[in-house]
Design a protein around this ligand. Structure first.
Ligand SMILES: CC(C)(COP(=O)(O)OP(=O)(O)OC[C@H]1O[C@@H](n2cnc3c(N)ncnc32)[C@H](O)[C@@H]1OP(=O)(O)O)[C@@H](O)C(=O)NCCC(=O)NCCS
Length: 168
């Protein structure tokens, strides 16, 4: 079976997508298309040959307050940036039918590569930020080097680390 990752399109069959988290299922079924239309986020989907959606992620611009960053990192950044530019990987999910087959990692790496490319050639971004839905999602992101930002529930991966991780 061939799979590709492409921007969400009306021809894609997303209605039976189910990852086990209502919030993430409903988002794809109901909200994603509207958010893309309003330019609030970009949505990329993993589709099979029949254009059935088997996974997805979203990217948006975000800002991260310098108070949340580790002191060591903060010291290296110009004080003029009270809020630092970053990319939000808002949602990432894989359909139950293909769970545990490497597609979560594939989507995550695709999102990190895409974010990195944008950050070096289009819009400066210090990091990719994620907003994990639960503790299991925290474990998943931790595996790839994301660390928790205090009092925000969010996690952080520096673009510099992403360069090393994806071996560009
Ligand atoms: C988290 C999720 C995306 C992982 O997708 P997946 O396709 O099953 O993951 P993969 O098969 O690519 O696994 C990649 C690696 O992560 C590990 N992993 C997968 N889920 C994990 C979890 N919840 N916690 C810790 N590690 C996890 C796998 O063991 C694998 O590691 P290995 O190569 O050392 O064995 C998927 O479980 C999912 O969609 N969950 C519901 C939605 C969700 O929680 N999204 C997270 C962000 S909001």
């Amino acid at each position: 079976m061939n799979f590709t990752i492409v921007p969400l399109h009306p021809s894609h069959d997303k209605k039976v997508f189910s990852c086990g988290k209502k919030l993430l299922d409903n988002y794809l079924h109901i909200q994603a298309k509207q958010d893309v239309k309003k330019r609030l986020s970009a949505c990329f989907v993993l589709i099979d040959q029949e254009k059935k959606v088997k996974g997805y992620y979203t990217l948006s611009n975000t800002g991260i307050s310098r108070d949340l960053l580790p002191v060591g990192l903060c010291k290296k950044l110009p004080k003029s940036f009270a809020v630092l530019p970053a990319i939000l990987l808002g949602r990432l999910a894989v359909d139950g039918s293909v769970l545990g087959q490497g597609f979560g990692e594939l989507l995550l790496i695709d999102a990190l590569k895409r974010s990195h490319k944008v950050s070096i050639s289009v819009i400066g971004s210090l990091a990719v930020i994620v907003d994990p839905v639960d503790e299991r999602a925290v474990d998943f992101y931790q595996k790839y080097g994301f660390f928790a930002l205090p009092d925000s529930g969010k996690m952080f991966l520096a673009m510099k680390t992403i360069s090393d991780l994806i071996d560009l």
